[in-house]
Design a protein around this ligand. Structure first.
Ligand code: ZN
Ligand code: ZN
Length: 832
């Protein structure tokens, strides 16, 4: 059949999608003898239609998955839908449609869009978290973790979103104490809740970060800070004239001789007990006022420091000094011990407070070198650095770190304290008073209290008939058929738990469910975990740095304890992709009217062009702005490739035996072809510089247009180039690539698929021929030689030269005044 002259993606793309699907080309496990690769993108939350951000993340992962298959790996590249959660429920409150209905509809549209973009997912492994076949395993994990004490019930102070009417995680409370999802104010509420004891894994999660050398440092740093380990000491201050003790935590016990007052959080249980009669009214008023004040407002950096004296005194156990006990806005009951020893000379916040309330300031740490600090009264600001102790009794004259060790040990010996470690990480409260989540498998019996639902009775299915109003009781409480049940222990009437699980539970282990998604005996097969885990490359948004990515690591460790997985960390390499902004450089938003959706773009220009744009505009981690011009340019590039193949059909049958050996334009073409293979391959490896690979293909196309083949040898060189071009395009523009590759291969390849073909290799001899030797001079004297690509410019050659030991020795300590560069010949450093 003669080749169509025009590039018409709409006519070719559906055809190849059907062929890939029919052949099961992307099924994982097809090459059991080959090495595995698990490529995963964060699964979408299907609210509304697919947007450009989705198109970008899946295109990045897909290009890699396609490349790895062609490299001969057995590739797992699955997809599913994170279907439970607040957005669907909130939408239901607005328009009365059932979340299940809306979600199912959105999934249908997402699936269709993803197929139209040609993503090489193993669709047979698709999971939907709203499916009871999925969330029953959330319930199963809950039971296993309850048995092990990793799940527990607590009286939690919770962040209650006044808009969503539910508890939200600390991580979801953003600036100004507002809900990250809906922007409503968040208030504190005390309610019983279920929690995961993630803090028991704090040290492991911290240590595990050292194994994650292929995660962006930004993400591991955020996790490290979130886990927030601080080493310090706990010290008990006795309350004078009372049996009570105030426990403080400090990271700077070396400054304790400088403590001039102690502060309790207004919520601290000792406030009532220690306040004397004379101060009671004032303290009570202050505590009341603090209760009504927003926590972040109260403790914010710029918030004025304020407090009141309780009338009580605490005894510093190191020297017996009595210091006044205050309460203040900036101390919170939840953090540390809810009490602070204040050392105004060495803590800025304590100093501000001391100046305001005329409390003494005493210097006890002097800088290890340099000028001494003035006396406390004259101190311009707190000195917070380590140094050498003074006025510290028997601990004077010690470096801070040594003082901390000795003083911690002394406190322990004397029984009033010890060295200890504090964490910023809190347990993960996961009870939600909402409907669209996994029911928590607990039954409350009047006689037996909370009783776990027996494993054989799972799943506890979410009843479809709930009425979702967004106010008052959890929706499940209003479904009597759901609530009323019997106690699994005694058979008496009992009530089901009406709370549901945080949807971050669903996404904490979905990567493992893909391994055996239809298994109804266990969450997944351990043998499959052995085959496929850890994930080799995980692609997703950097906004998941602490919540999802921390919970996911935590859950993986729990699964390891349960014998389901075999390694500590779920994922070797993490790629965080940038945003796709609107054409105006602003974040895409209906409000700005700058939203470009993938669907209409595929209609107009085809999937391959949209994919190429996503990969060509920038490396994966950089933000990009949508650009119609650049997108049109990429469509024109594909059309140009198409016309090139059309114009060179006479080369398709040229035999490889005829390939040119003699010097000339077509041997040069061969070199360029092999160099292109090398460059595209390098772009796929390492830092995923897909854009440099695509740029190399553009250059190859330009070179081909400049040549008119006349002999069999010429035509064989052109055929080699066209075949390589089609193959190298496969990860980026897979539909056009299949079509063009089949044109070149002809009848013989009719039943094959490019998606399955091996990735091309390059001939090192042909690539090496492009290297030249360049002389390196320093002040006109020959000091070395470097091998550089013929095309190398001054910057590249200079960098190579500066890396040479001999050259470096001659440049050391000198200033380069000028560089003389003669392409392909020499570089001369003029130094002075
Ligand atoms: Zn909210
Ligand atoms: Zn019972």
């Amino acid at each position: 059949m003669p080749m169509n002259e025009r590039y018409e993606p709409q006519s070719i793309e559906p055809r190849w999608q059907a062929r890939w699907e029919g052949a099961g080309a992307f099924r994982a496990g097809r090459r059991p003898a080959a090495e595995k690769r698990y490529v995963l993108e964060m699964f979408p939350y299907p609210s509304g239609a697919m947007h450009m951000g989705h198109a970008r993340v899946y295109t990045i992962g897909d290009a890699l998955a396609r490349y790895l298959r062609m490299r001969g790996y057995d590739v797992l590249h699955p997809i599913g839908f994170d279907a439970l959660g607040l957005p669907a429920e909130n939408a239901a409150i607005k328009d009365g449609r059932h979340p299940a209905e809306r979600t199912a509809e959105n999934i249908v549209s997402f699936r269709a869009e993803m197929k139209r973009l040609g993503y090489s997912f193993d669709w047979e492994r698709e999971i939907v978290t709203a499916d009871p076949g999925y969330y029953r395993w959330n319930q199963w994990f809950f039971l296993k973790m309850l048995e092990r004490g990793i799940v527990y019930r607590r009286q939690g102070k919770a962040n209650w979103c006044t808009g969503c009417n539910t508890v939200i995680a600390n991580e979801q409370v953003v600036d100004d104490n507002r809900c990250e999802r809906c922007g409503s104010p968040v208030v504190e509420k005390v309610i019983p809740e279920w929690a995961f004891r993630i803090t028991a894994f704090a040290q492991d999660l911290l240590d595990g970060l050292d194994q994650l050398g292929q995660w962006p440092e930004r993400v591991t740093t955020m996790q490290r800070n979130w886990i927030g380990k601080s080493a310090g000491a706990e010290v008990d201050f006795a309350v004078a004239g009372s049996a009570e003790r105030i426990k403080v935590f400090t990271t700077r016990v070396d400054t304790i001789y400088g403590c001039t007052y102690v502060v309790l959080a207004p919520e601290h249980p000792l406030v009532e007990k220690v306040t004397d009669a004379a101060h009671r009214a004032e303290v009570k008023a202050f505590v009341e006022r603090m209760r009504r004040t927003d926590v972040l407002e109260r403790t914010g950096e710029e918030a004025p420091k304020e407090g009141v004296f309780t009338g009580a005194f605490a005894v510093n156990p190191f020297d017996g000094e009595k210091v006044p006990v205050w309460i203040a806005n900036f101390v919170l009951a939840e953090y540390g011990t809810g009490a602070v020893m204040s050392v105004p000379a060495h803590d800025q916040r304590d100093l501000e407070f001391a100046r305001k309330y005329r409390l003494p300031v005493r210097v006890v740490i002097q800088p290890a070198a340099g000028e001494r600090l003035p006396p406390g009264d004259a101190l311009p600001r707190a000195s917070t650095e380590d140094g050498v102790t003074e006025s510290s009794g028997p601990f004077s004259g010690l470096p801070s770190s040594k003082a901390r060790d000795r003083m911690g040990a002394f406190a322990k010996e004397q029984g009033f304290g010890e060295a200890t470690v504090r964490w910023h990480l809190r347990d993960w409260g996961f009870s939600r008073q909402r409907y669209w989540g996994t029911p928590i498998p607990i039954i409350y019996c009047p006689d037996h209290g909370p009783v776990p639902v027996p494993e054989k009775d799972l799943p506890v299915v979410l009843p479809p008939q709930a009425i979702i109003t967004g106010t008052g009781e959890p929706p499940l409480a209003k479904v009597p058929e759901f609530v009323n049940t019997t106690c699994p222990r005694c058979g008496k009437p009992a009530r089901r738990e009406v709370e549901t699980m945080d949807t971050f539970v669903d996404s904490s282990w979905y990567h493992a469910r893909y391994l055996s998604p239809k298994d109804d005996q266990r969450p997944f097969e351990p043998a499959m975990a052995k085959r496929w885990l850890p994930i080799d490359v995980y692609v997703g948004g950097p906004e998941h740095a602490v919540m999802h990515l921390l919970y996911f690591r935590f859950w993986h460790r729990v699964m390891h304890q349960l014998g389901l997985t075999f390694e500590d960390e779920p994922c070797t390499r993490l790629v965080t992709q940038g945003i796709v902004n609107g054409p105006d450089g602003k974040k895409m938003s209906k409000r700005w009217g700058n939203v470009v959706a993938p669907g209409p773009m595929v209609d107009r220009l085809g999937a391959d062009t949209v994919r190429l744009f996503m990969l060509f505009a920038a490396p994966p981690e950089k933000d990009i702005d949508w650009s119609d011009e650049q997108v049109d340019g990429l469509f024109r590039f594909l059309a140009r490739v198409w016309r090139l193949f059309h114009a060179r059909q006479d080369c398709f049958a040229a035999p490889a035996a005829a390939l040119p050996q003699a010097a000339g334009a077509f041997l040069e073409l061969r070199r360029r072809t092999h160099r292109t293979v090398k460059r595209v391959t390098e772009g796929m490896e390492g830092d995923m510089k897909y854009n440099t690979g695509i740029a190399a293909l553009m250059e190859l196309v330009n070179a081909l247009y400049a040549l008119e083949p006349a002999t069999d040898a010429d035509r064989a060189a052109v055929r080699e180039a066209l075949s390589a071009l089609a193959t190298l395009l496969a990860p980026f523009a897979p539909h056009a690539a299949e079509e063009l590759w089949h044109e070149v291969q002809g009848e013989a390849a009719r039943d094959r698929l490019l998606a399955d073909e091996p990735w091309p290799s390059f001939d090192p001899a042909l690539v090496a021929a492009d290297v030249v030797t360049i002389a390196v001079q320093v002040n006109g004297k020959l000091r070395g030689e470097v091998q550089a690509p013929v095309s190398a410019g001054e910057a590249e050659v200079r960098a190579l030269a500066e890396a040479e030991d001999r050259v470096r020795a001659h440049l050391a300590g000198k200033t380069v005044r000028k560089v003389v560069f003669v392409p392909k010949r020499l570089v001369n450093f003029v130094v002075g």
